[in-house]
Design a binder for this molecule. Structure first.
Ligand code: SAH
Length: 434
């Protein structure tokens, strides 16, 4: 009978729920009689939802496809700020469970007709009286439409206990509203052929119930007296990765910081190579330790990204007259003021202030410079300068060789500095953490 409708009727019912969720920005949704979780699968993409729960009396049918609700690799690789938890339960809608209280929306799509009339009464009490959600969407077959369904005799499904006319559905719905404080609107999906809509109504009739009194009445209901009944069995639960989780935020921030720091390092080294070549040609002398300031001021104010002008600390050069083991203070300048650099000659130091102000994602994720420092401080992948103001990146052998090749003048102090840096921190440890 489904091909009678386009899109198929079951899709139209699910789309009805999705449209409601989008319009009302519902955060907590339970689908009762969720079966193979097909509605939940669609709802999980609507990230206004923070808690998505499915319940069905038949655990086996839920288990069949429940893993389709798990996060996929992109959810881990590019987590968003949205939060989503999915829970699936085996249980009957005729029984109470405290975990299902306080939801924004309960959906019951083609479920009630599978219950005996006595169980429909229990369903009403459990859903409207106990769970007491902000809204309930109930869909059920409209028996007045049945004569239009080709080849149908009897009910639409062998497990159906009844199929109601519009008047019967209305009578149940209005009674529920009166008893539990809701109002209801009637609609449906699956249009009748032209000219017959008024006479037979929709193929699936739908009642959209809204609780009277808004959210206040709900918090009153769930006071200290709330019965803590846990009759359902949890089959599956999963939390989607979210940037609200500090561990995930740190992971994303660290990888972003390392990416940008490496990028800035490469740019700077490229520029340095060019400079060295020019200096060698010009016969320019090396800086002395006391006057070693990189006058890069104006250059450094340039933005990061494609236009980046190497706002990176420097890799020290050998200094004639420098004693072995003597610490070298190397500075650079930019619009953000003077920053202390790496004390080793074999690393490049990237000030956090530069990363924070130039890299939009680092800025957005950390919120402030002190947050950024705080996040990076305890991460084993990141090496910070002693005062915590810069990320230190070691210079790969390849980079060093290139520098040696290009910068013969600075060769004398290089090996010394290299030894010094190695004795301060074994290279293997650092390498292992990169
Ligand atoms: N809502 C689904 C499936 C409807 S079929 C959809 O839109 O496609 C009805 C489902 O209700 C079945 O999966 C059945 O196992 C479940 N069901 C029947 N009685 C139930 C009860 N008492 N409590 C919970 N689920 C029940």
């Amino acid at each position: 009978m489904e091909p009678m409708f386009s899109p198929p009727l079951h899709r139209q019912r699910h789309q009805f729920v999705i449209d409601f969720v989008k319009r009302n920005k519902t955060k907590k949704v339970v689908d009762l009689g969720c079966s193979e979780c097909s509605l939940l699968q669609k709802l999980k993409f609507h990230r206004e939802i923070e808690l998505l729960v499915g319940v069905d009396i038949r655990g086996a049918i839920v288990k069949k496809k429940m893993h389709g609700l798990a996060p996929v690799s992109t959810d881990y690789l590019q987590p968003s700020y949205d939060q989503l938890r999915v829970e699936l339960y085996q249980g009957s809608v005729t029984q109470k469970d405290a975990r299902l209280r306080g939801f924004d929306l309960v959906t019951s799509i083609e479920l009630i007709e599978h219950l005996t009339l006595a169980d429909v009464e229990r369903f009403s009490e459990v859903v409207f009286g106990y769970m007491s959600p902000g809204a309930v969407i109930v869909s059920t077959p409209n028996s007045e439409f049945n004569p239009l369904l080709p080849g149908l005799s009897g009910f639409r499904h062998s497990d159906h206990k009844f199929e109601w006319t519009r008047a019967e559905f209305k009578s149940w719905a209005l009674k529920v509203c009166l008893e539990y404080g809701y109002e209801v609107e009637f609609t449906g999906v699956g249009q009748a052929p032209p000219g017959q809509q008024e006479r037979v109504g929709f193929c699936s009739q739908i009642g959209v119930f809204q609780r009277l009194g808004g959210s206040e009445s709900c918090s009153m209901l769930f006071g200290d007296d709330a019965e803590d009944v846990f009759s359902y069995t949890l089959l599956y639960s999963v939390n989607y990765p979210s940037l609200h989780d500090n561990n995930i935020l740190r992971r994303v921030l660290v990888s972003e910081v390392l990416y940008w720091a490496e990028k800035l390092k490469s740019r700077w080294m490229e520029e340095r190579t060019g400079e060295s070549q020019r200096q060698a040609e010009d016969g320019e002398e090396c800086f002395g330790a006391s006057e070693r300031h990189m006058e890069m001021g104006e250059k450094q104010t340039a933005a990061c990204g494609s236009e980046v002008k190497t706002p990176v600390e420097q890799w020290d050069r050998g200094v004639p007259g420098q004693q072995e083991g003597e610490e070298q203070q190397v500075f650079w300048r930019n619009g953000l003021g003077r920053q202390e650099s790496c004390r080793s000659r074999r690393c490049v130091s990237v000030p956090l202030a530069v990363l924070w102000s130039c890299c939009p994602k680092v800025n957005a994720l950390s919120g402030s410079l002190s947050n950024l420092r705080h996040f990076l401080m305890d991460d084993p992948k990141v090496r910070l300068s002693q005062d915590g103001s810069a990320v230190l990146l070691n210079v790969q052998e390849q980079d060093a060789e290139e520098e040696e090749d290009h910068d013969v003048v600075e060769d004398s102090g290089y090996a010394e500095a290299s030894r010094c840096s190695h004795s301060a921190e074994p290279e293997e440890d650092w390498e292992a953490n990169v």
